[in-house]
Design a protein around this ligand. Structure first.
Ligand code: ZN
Length: 394
């Protein structure tokens, strides 16, 4: 149907493309590539963008792809990001388009994120109802945990080479109805840090504990005392998590080992709380070790920072999604204890990370039974097209 130039993109504009988008998504789903290995996926994306008339730059920060489209004389520019990588999981969905490779799977829906942005890309190039510059950022290695794709693209000059006024991204959200958006200004997703504490004691015979420094008892004491960090040191109206996910030590019941190890996952939603957690964990580990006559080695590794949405861009994106799906399908997103490397983009530019419902009965993210809901492809493509058109209003 012909579209008046003063109208912005809506879901109906993509209904004719639904089958094509599903086919692309299912192709990507069947051919997953792990972080830093997204050669085929990056080529799939770059080839299409080139065909549609984008200025395409490959190998930005490794396998990242940026497609730039300029229209008119407008000076504003927007960046929209999708992630491309899969996970080291063997798929058990039994779907006809399931992963063709054991041990690799799109279990986080990045196949869907990439396809939605490609859907918008084709539409924007064909219709060009905007005035300014669109930068479409296809990012590798979101799942890397450290030295991830976002950091690599930024270090490779992403924002200098492709300047933008704001950056937007999206993740699907199992548990919320398909086609509904969850929005939140300010902190949205947690900072995620990993801590390894090695307790160095003195080993010996289990029958002669007085001649040893027992690293097992020290570790047990540490695990219990670490439970007080969130309950006693963090302001009760703030959220944080300290989980001891691993405890290793010893080889036999009649041997006191030389050392033991505990490993922690630490989550927070503000820089202040993040610092408090680190300071208390280090303090507790050192003083408990000392109380037992042991010493410690600690490896405190900061992972992705907090995803913090800026007020103005979140209000704008909320306006756009409300126009698109109606206010009954837009809700406030709860804080999410998971983490996401989109946070690095938001450290450099104002912007908003949105969540799009993947269905109330969707398997959870990173499950071997997870599948992206294709019912979202037209919604997500329309979202990015409309958001770009509105941000770069002619
Ligand atoms: Zn993900």
């Amino acid at each position: 149907m012909p579209k008046r130039s003063n109208q912005h993109a809506g879901i109906a504009d993509f209904e004719g493309k639904a089958a094509e988008l599903a086919e692309a998504r299912r192709y990507l789903h069947a051919h997953p590539e792990l972080s830093f290995q997204e050669q085929e996926t990056a080529a799939f994306v770059a080839d299409r963008l080139e065909r549609w008339g984008y200025e395409v730059t490959r190998n930005v920060g490794g396998l990242g792809v940026v497609g730039r489209l300029r229209q008119g004389s407008g000076g504003r520019s927007i960046a929209i990001r999708a992630d491309m990588d899969a996970l080291p999981i063997t798929e058990t969905t039994g779907l006809p388009y399931a992963s063709k490779t054991a041990g690799k799977m799109h279990a986080c829906g990045h196949d869907g994120h990439t396809t939605m942005l490609l859907g918008a890309a084709e539409y924007l190039a064909r219709t060009r109802h905007f005035n300014g510059t669109v930068n479409l950022v296809f990012q590798p290695a979101e799942e890397a945990g450290k030295n991830s794709g976002a950091q690599a693209m930024i270090a490779d000059g992403l924002f200098e080479r492709f300047p933008c006024d704001a950056v937007f991204g999206l993740h699907n959200h199992p548990g919320a109805p398909v086609g509904t958006f969850l929005m939140r200004a300010g902190p949205l997703m947690a900072a995620s840090d990993t801590v390894m504490i090695r307790i160095l004691g003195r080993g010996g015979h289990a029958s002669r504990p007085h001649q040893t420094v027992d690293p097992i008892v020290a570790a047990a004491n540490m695990v219990m005392t670490l439970q007080t960090v969130v309950s006693r040191n963090v302001n009760p109206v703030e959220a944080a998590v300290v989980t001891v996910g691993m405890i290793h030590g010893g080889t036999a019941s009649n041997v006191i080992p030389e050392s033991s190890e505990i490993s922690l996952s630490v989550r927070s939603f503000s820089a202040g709380v993040r610092d408090t957690l680190e300071q208390r964990i280090r303090g507790i580990a050192a003083s408990i070790a000392e109380a037992h006559g042991a010493s410690i080695e600690i490896d405190y590794e900061r992972g992705y920072p907090v995803v913090t949405n800026s007020e103005g861009e979140t209000a704008f994106a909320t306006e756009v999604v409300t126009e698109l799906v109606g206010e009954d399908n837009v809700s406030v997103c709860p804080l999410i204890p998971g983490s996401e490397d989109f946070s690095y983009f938001l450290e450099h530019k104002p912007g908003c990370f949105l969540r799009l419902g993947n269905g109330e009965d969707s398997a959870i993210l990173h499950s071997s039974k997870y599948d992206f809901n294709d019912g979202n492809l037209t919604v997500g493509a329309a979202l990015w097209a409309r958001l770009a058109e509105r941000f770069l209003a002619a």
